[in-house]
Design a protein around this ligand. Structure first.
Ligand SMILES: *[C@@H]1O[C@H](CO)[C@@H](O)[C@H](O)[C@H]1NC(C)=O
Ligand SMILES: *[C@@H]1O[C@H](CO)[C@@H](O)[C@H](O)[C@H]1NC(C)=O
Ligand SMILES: *[C@@H]1O[C@H](CO)[C@@H](O)[C@H](O)[C@H]1NC(C)=O
Ligand SMILES: *[C@@H]1O[C@H](CO)[C@@H](O)[C@H](O)[C@H]1NC(C)=O
Ligand SMILES: *[C@@H]1O[C@H](CO)[C@@H](O)[C@H](O)[C@H]1NC(C)=O
Ligand SMILES: *[C@@H]1O[C@H](CO)[C@@H](O)[C@H](O)[C@H]1NC(C)=O
Ligand SMILES: *[C@@H]1O[C@H](CO)[C@@H](O)[C@H](O)[C@H]1NC(C)=O
Ligand SMILES: *[C@@H]1O[C@H](CO)[C@@H](O)[C@H](O)[C@H]1NC(C)=O
Length: 632
């Protein structure tokens, strides 16, 4: 026995492997590594560990095959350990990845029963958060999952037994020179290095990250007090786990070292395998992304039997052209929408609008409520631009805009899928005398503010200027908490291409159309502001922009102007309010409405100024009683 041991020792010494082999390892590339792999994980010919390739909804694991004995059996103490690795996340589309990668300590080599997508291949919905998991993970998370309380879509977190991080921070690294943290984009496709150090003495777990070529910063990104005594079992495995969602992403590890009771050996950065060249990455100007979060959850439906589809081809036939694939806006299958709306049944009809019928629906798998707008089109002209526009609109995200979730297309027909707004459109509350209760003043004010901030976002806060073109009460939808959201925005090519190009027809709805539009027919932010002004008056007065009750068609704007001139402006407020408000507020709001619906475009404020007026950050200019020459 003794001779055997000493022989082993000699062999070890001779081959340069120390007696602590099992407690320490270094992989500068994984060509000759001893890793347990499962799922999508593989070692590429040049020695990269690729945990996932660009197959969606998949996971991959790679574990150091030899178990670790991280616990001192005689006193139950956990040993200190240290590890570092270099990783890279390569999304197929430049600005969107999913779902991330994690360093993991677990009692098993694989993580049986774990799920891909937001579960990162670590847990599933039944065992997530259960202390019997004995799993410690350092997540590099590239998707914001509300359900786990994620802070953003680009963070590093310490997870104990579940995906709700104990501690997390936006991915960033400490720059010694400036003495501050600088943000990093995990999905930039670039290699980055991570150090994880646990000190048993201090019970401190530190996580540090930096760009590839930057040496370990002196300040860790995360430093948490964690007592691992009850988490670490007698044998544990260390490895990586990664998963993809609906976005195409490859997760790579280039090198990795680990050491118990000491500092992990530094990686030899110059000998790490190189990543595949990036030139194959698809270039895309527009795609829908943030959606993916929610949509991911319910995409799964398409797995229907092909024979069935063929049989019912006529019923569910769609049109898909190659250029549509460029956009990556979520495209729902027609069948999915057909099922969701119970075959576009009359009982699900929410309303009939200017350009189509709107149906309520419930997506079969996720039970998410949606509103589907069916628009018929007969020209091929403009189709491509229209899809492009949908793609870019689906990127618009604001709490006061009705979210476009995706679209579907059949011959001669477009279907737009929106989030469902349970309280329907605002006009019903304003004009439907039989609809109690009428809106209170504070509800009206909240809706006006909401719509103003949604419109400000469209005009100034998004990367392009989006002109709404059809602001009106019936395009403002109310959620369950009576927040107003603007719907039907930015579908200008739908309007433009719906008719003959040469007859430049005026876009908008009678009563909301700015006077200059009848001459130029060129919609501008200023013509939107005009319509917004009319909208404000509508909400305060509870009347339509063209008042049918007057014998002549009287414009609401003219009527309010007249009351202003006569010094009785408060008389125009909705009688159903029963005077239940602070006197100053309706007057201010009405004046803003008048200013916005000023006949001279140059006299109208911008939406930013409107917000400032509403927040009393800017005082309203004097509005002359003759209604002319107002300048902001
Ligand atoms: C990803 O890997 C799996 C299993 O190794 C393979 O079946 C699949 O074809 C790969 N997909 C891509 C896009 O390379
Ligand atoms: C394990 O704990 C015992 C008792 O505290 C101690 O004597 C021993 O040195 C520890 N072993 C290691 C490897 O730290
Ligand atoms: C979740 O994972 C656990 C542990 O791996 C497994 O026993 C269980 O069957 C899984 N549950 C589901 C619903 O997949
Ligand atoms: C945690 O998992 C164990 C074993 O799988 C199970 O017996 C227990 O009920 C789970 N606890 C919770 C709170 O789900
Ligand atoms: C870094 O990212 C965080 C979270 O995404 C953000 O709040 C912060 O403003 C960013 N800092 C800089 C300097 O860009
Ligand atoms: C963790 O970071 C803190 C703060 O920089 C430092 O004091 C501590 O020594 C570090 N511990 C380990 C184990 O690296
Ligand atoms: C750590 O946890 C173990 C077991 O739960 C406990 O005995 C020990 O006192 C804890 N140590 C500290 C410093 O809290
Ligand atoms: C790092 O790797 C390079 C290239 O393989 C090699 O030339 C160099 O000697 C290595 N450095 C160390 C310190 O091992």
């Amino acid at each position: 026995m003794e001779t055997k041991l000493s022989l082993l020792l000699v062999i070890c010494l001779l081959t340069g492997i120390t007696a602590t082999t099992y407690d320490e390892f270094t992989y500068n590339g994984f060509k000759r590594s001893e890793l347990y792999l499962d799922g999508m994980a593989e070692i590429t010919p040049n020695g990269l560990l690729r945990l996932t390739n660009t197959t969606t909804m998949q996971q991959g694991h790679a574990f150091h095959k030899v178990p670790l004995h991280l616990k001192n059996n005689s006193d139950g103490n956990v040993y200190s350990f240290s590890t570092c690795f270099v990783f890279a996340i390569r999304p197929e589309y430049p600005d969107v990845g999913g779902d991330g990668v994690a360093l993991v300590l677990s009692p098993t080599k694989g993580l049986p029963g774990a799920l891909p997508k937001q579960y990162l291949g670590l847990f599933n919905f039944t065992n997530n958060g259960n202390s019997s998991n004995h799993v410690l993970a350092i997540e590099l998370d590239t998707i914001l999952n509300m359900e786990f309380g994620d802070i953003d879509n680009n963070h590093v977190g310490i997870d104990v037994n579940g995906l709700s991080s104990k501690n997390a921070a936006p991915a960033s690294y400490f720059i010694e020179r400036i003495g501050n943290f600088q943000n990093l984009s995990l999905i930039s496709g670039k290699s980055m290095q991570v150090w994880v150090d646990y000190s048993n003495l201090e019970k401190k777990l530190n996580v540090t990250i930096s760009p590839f070529s930057v040496p370990k910063p002196s300040h860790p990104l995360l430093s948490s007090f964690i007592n691992l005594s009850s988490l670490i079992l007698d044998t544990m495995y260390v490895g990586f786990s990664s998963s993809t969602g609906s976005m195409l992403t490859s997760h790579y590890v280039l090198g990795w070292s680990f050491k118990m009771n000491g500092q992990a050996p530094a990686l030899n950065l110059s000998s790490l395998p190189s990543l595949p060249s990036e030139k194959h990455r698809r270039k895309l100007t527009s795609l829908i992304i943030w959606l993916a979060l929610g949509v991911e959850v319910f995409i799964t439906i398409t797995a229907c039997c092909i024979a069935y589809i063929i049989r019912r081809k006529a019923r569910y036939a769609e049109v898909l052209e190659e250029w549509e694939l460029e956009h990556r806006t979520h495209r729902f299958s027609y069948k999915e929408l057909f099922k969701a709306t119970k075959g576009f049944g009359e009982e699900n009809l929410l309303g009939v609008g200017g350009c189509g019928r709107v149906y309520k629906g419930k997506l079969p798998t996720s039970k998410t409520e949606i509103a589907v707008k069916r628009i018929s089109h007969d020209s091929k002209q403009g189709l491509r631009e229209f899809v492009g526009e949908i793609a870019s609109n689906s990127q618009l995200r604001h709490r006061n805009l009705v979210q476009l979730l995706g679209y579907s297309r059949r011959k001669g027909e477009f279907l737009l899928v929106y989030e469902f707004m349970s309280n329907g459109s605002l006009d019903k509350f304003l004009y439907d005398a039989n609809k109690p209760p009428s809106l209170s003043w504070s509800q009206r004010l909240k809706i006006i503010r909401g719509v103003a901030s949604g419109l400000l976002y469209l005009h100034e806060e998004w990367e392009q200027i989006v002109i709404h073109r059809d602001i009106k009460a019936s395009n403002v939808l109310l959620d369950s908490e009576m927040n107003g959201k603007l719907g039907d925005f930015g579908l200008s090519s739908l309007y433009d291409h719906g008719s003959d190009h040469r007859t430049t027809h005026v876009v908008g709805t009678i009563g909301y159309i700015a006077p200059e539009l009848t001459k130029t027919s060129r919609a501008t932010t200023s013509s939107d502001v005009f319509a917004f002004g009319v909208f404000i008056l509508e909400v305060v007065c509870g009347r339509r922009p063209i008042m049918p009750e007057a014998s002549l068609d009287l414009h609401l704007v003219d009527w309010v102007w007249r009351s202003w001139r006569n010094g009785v402006i408060l008389e125009v407020t909705d009688a159903r309010l029963e005077g239940d408000y602070d006197l100053g507020e309706p007057e201010l709001i009405l004046k803003i409405g008048l200013l916005c619906s000023h006949p001279v475009p140059a006299a109208r404020p911008t939406m930013r100024q409107v917000m400032q007026f509403l927040n009393a950050d800017l005082s309203l200019p004097e509005i002359p009683k003759d209604g002319k020459d107002i300048t902001v």
